[in-house]
Structures are given as C-alpha cells and as structure tokens.
Ligand binder design. Structure first.
Ligand code: NAP
Length: 415
C-alpha cells in the first residue's frame, strides 16, 4: 500500500477481521494518531507500557509495528488539512488503530474530527468500559460496585448535528412544513431546529453487538436506556426494537426482566442474560444508588455520551476512562478525554485513558496476557499511591508522579 506523505512499516501484517473478531496475529501494523494538546505527553508514557507488556507476555514472539499517521494540528502542518486521505487509507487498510485527543479545527467544515472519523467509517458503536481500580479516589462510597460497559449508538440521534439556527431560511422552512402539512402549532417561528432520527436497523446492529458482548463475556444483563416515556417514536422505539432483536436472534440466550418476574418467580434461569430497560433519568439515579444491578448498557448517542462520563466520574474520572469506536471491521481505540490544552507539554496529565484503551485494543486482538499485565501494573501503581496530579490531589499520603514517571511505574510494577 502506498501513501502520499507517509510510509508503512516494511515488516508486520494487516489485521484480518471476520464478523467483528480479529483473526490471530503476532505482528500487526497498528496506525496511531498522537493527537493534539496533551497527546504527545500521554503517548510518551503509553508506548513503553504497551511494548513492555507485549515483551513480558510473549518474549519476542509478538510485536506491534507502530505506524504513525496524522490528524489534527500535526496533520494540518504537514498536509494543510486536519484529516488527510493518507490517514483514512491507513485506518481502512490496517483495521485496528489507536488515537489521542483531537482539537476541532475552526473553519474546515468538520463539526469535530472524532465525529468525522465515526461518520466516514460508519463506526456505529462507541464502547466504553467503566472499571474500578482498587484505592482510586472516588466520590461515591462503593465505587467497587461499578462494573459496566456502555454501548453507545454513534450514527443517529439529535447528536448527529442535523440542525439549523434560529431565523435561518432552513429552520423557517421546516417550521412552515410542520405547521402547514402536519398541523404542528407549538413551535415559535424564531426557533432553532434539530432533527432526531432513530431507525430499527441502526438500533438493532448496536443492540446485537451489546448482547453478543454480554454472551462472550458472561455478563448477567443488558439494559436498554431510553427516554421513551416522552420521545415515544425515537427513544421508545429504540427500546422496543432492542427487545425485538433479543427475541429474534438471541431467544435461547436471553430472557426479559418481565418474564423473570412473571414466569420464574424472580429467579433468573441458569445461563440466561436478562434484557431490561430503564428510563434515562431513572438510570442516572440507579447508577449512583444500585450500580451493581447493571452490567452492559445499550443506549442512543446523547444518553450514552452523558451516561458514560457520569459513570467514569464514579471510578476516578476522565484520566482513567478508555473507549473505542467500532463497526464490524474497523476499530479505533481512543483516549476519551479532550486535549486539555492548559496541561499540554507539561508531562503532567494522567495517561491512564490511552493506556486502558490500549488494554481494550490488546483484548480485541486476542492478546489477553498483555492486557492482564498492563492492568496489573496500573493496579499496583495506584495501590502504591504513586499517581499523577488528578489522583494525588484526592488521596492522602500519595506521591505525585509526572505523566512519564507514571508510565515508567506501570512498567516496573508489571513484573
Ligand atoms: P478536556 O480536554 O477533556 O479537559 C477538561 C479537564 O478534564 C482538564 O482540564 C482536566 O481537569 C481533566 N482531564 C482531562 N483529561 C485528563 C487526564 N488525562 N488526566 C487527568 N485529568 C484530565 O475537555 P475540554 O477542555 O472541554 O476540551 C478541550 C478540547 O478537547 C476541545 O477542543 C474539545 O473539542 C476536545 N475534545 C476532544 C475529545 C477527543 O478527541 N476524544 C474529547 C473531548 C474533547 P483539571 O484541569 O481540573 O485537572
């Protein structure tokens, strides 16, 4: 494969993906995007952690061939645009990539580079695991009860940005159409307008992915989170289509919460995954009061955005929040925080988010031993109370480490 301004590594292989699963690989080429702001800092800490875990787990038998590709400010300096074709080509070719945070460029026509990547590749699932590491300072009394994975639909909903400003020609035309053709008379003529599409096809592919994950990982339940009591034909339909999909495709492996209550005396039959739904506002309360009753969450774009950040706050904050955007072929793992510009180039920020995104990537590749080692190193580093500023300011008796020293400590603590 040839590129305009970058050269692929001369050794290494393409990851082969079949039905969303990577075939065994020992020497994959992985494109990575440094990102803007604190991107350079987190990668200086993360690369040694990844490479060391692989070496420790597999000797010389497995290795990642890192292939730097460009997006954001570095890309702009090199190509005169923030999301060059080279980068898209590399991701499309090599299937698994990992990235740091990106600033949204002003005046390039992108709402956000992250949203652009999701839309270009139709990365329909944003997957965000929320996992507690022992002794991480947390604002709730029992953070250890939080163990959830949010599957957020990435390609629909009000979040897509199909909207027109107040007084624009388009907003006025939509308002006139709604008034004249559909008899809607409750919209003020001066309103801005946004559109919220939710389809059965895109709902079902997301819920399918969430249920498959629950089956593969032996999770007890999948909860459909929606605000369907009010938005009946979008959010309500999401829930209805989610139940439909479970019945159509996973009847042997799943049971509804209603059937557990009405037909099984409240006891879940052996080996069945419970499908339930919760209204979004109630779910936020449940996440704080009874988090251990929830495991896999499937929800729409905006709810998922809010809920995953609220959940990660319960177990240590953005610095420890990994994520991935994926479809059935391509997966882009990413630090979920932003570019935190006031902290950039200070070797200060917590690199945990991109490091844990790498753990997700290892698991996606089937490299579970390397993933376990990174988790072990991170857990020991936190237990030793040697942490970056965000955790240090909340812990008593902790030692403050720089971003790179935190990475080095994880490497040391893997042994
Ligand atoms: P942000 O960059 O996530 O930073 C907000 C605050 O969160 C930081 O000031 C810091 O709080 C804390 N924080 C973020 N990352 C952290 C880490 N790794 N370790 C510890 N603390 C961390 O959000 P923002 O300031 O709203 O956004 C800045 C830019 O990033 C914007 O251009 C936005 O569009 C972009 N953005 C990109 C992505 C992405 O690429 N995935 C995501 C979100 C935002 P304290 O200063 O209080 O410690």
């Amino acid at each position: 494969m040839t590129f305009d301004k970058i050269t692929a590594p001369s050794s290494g292989e393409k990851v082969q993906v079949e039905q969303g699963r990577c075939k065994p690989t020992h020497h994959p080429i992985i494109p990575w995007i440094e990102g803007d702001g604190v991107g350079a800092d987190i990668w200086k800490a993360a690369h040694p952690v990844f490479d060391h875990a692989i070496k420790l787990a597999y000797g010389g038998e497995r290795k990642i061939e890192w292939f730097e590709v460009y997006a954001g400010e570095k890309a702009h300096a090199m190509y005169g645009e923030s999301l060059p074709k080279d980068t898209l080509k590399a991701i499309e070719e090599y299937k698994v990539a990992i990235k740091g945070p990106l600033t949204t460029p002003v005046g390039e026509g992108f709402r956000s580079l992250n949203v652009a990547l999701r839309q270009i590749f139709d990365l329909y699932a944003c997957v965000r695991p929320i996992e507690y590491f022992d002794q991480v300072p947390a604002p709730v009394r029992h953070p250890e009860k939080v163990d959830m994975v949010v599957f957020r639909e990435n390609t629909e909903d009000i979040y897509l940005g199909i909207e027109w400003p107040s007084q624009s020609k388009e907003a006025k035309e939509v308002i006139a159409f709604l008034h004249d053709k559909l008899g809607v008379d409750s919209i003020l003529p001066s309103s801005g307008i946004g559109i919220k599409p939710i389809s059965p096809e895109r709902t079902k592919r997301l819920v399918r992915r969430a249920i498959r994950y629950a089956i593969e990982q032996n999770k007890p339940s999948v909860t459909l989170v929606h605000k369907g009591n009010i938005m009946k034909y979008t959010e309500g339909a999401f829930s209805q289509w989610g139940y439909e999909l479970a019945k159509e495709e996973f009847a042997n492996q799943t049971i509804t919460e209603k059937d557990v209550t009405e037909k099984h005396n409240g006891v879940v039959p052996q080996g069945k995954i419970v499908i339930k739904d919760r209204i979004a506002d109630a779910m936020f309360q449940q996440a704080l009061l009874r988090p251990d009753e929830y495991s896999v969450i499937a929800t729409m774009n905006l709810n998922g955005d809010y809920l995953s950040d609220a959940l990660i706050a319960q177990v240590g904050g953005l610095g420890l929040g990994p994520g991935a955007n994926m479809n059935d072929e391509i997966a882009i793992f990413e630090a979920t925080h932003g570019t935190a510009p006031k902290h950039s180039n200070l070797d200060k920020i917590n690199p945990g988010s991109v490091i844990l995104s790498g753990v997700m990537m290892f698991e996606h590749l089937g490299w579970h031993e390397a993933a376990t080692l990174v988790r072990k190193g991170l857990q020991k580093t936190i237990s030793n109370k040697t942490v970056t500023y965000d955790l240090e300011r909340l812990m008593t008796g902790a030692t403050l480490l720089s971003c790179s020293a935190f990475g080095n400590a994880i490497v040391e603590n893997m042994k």
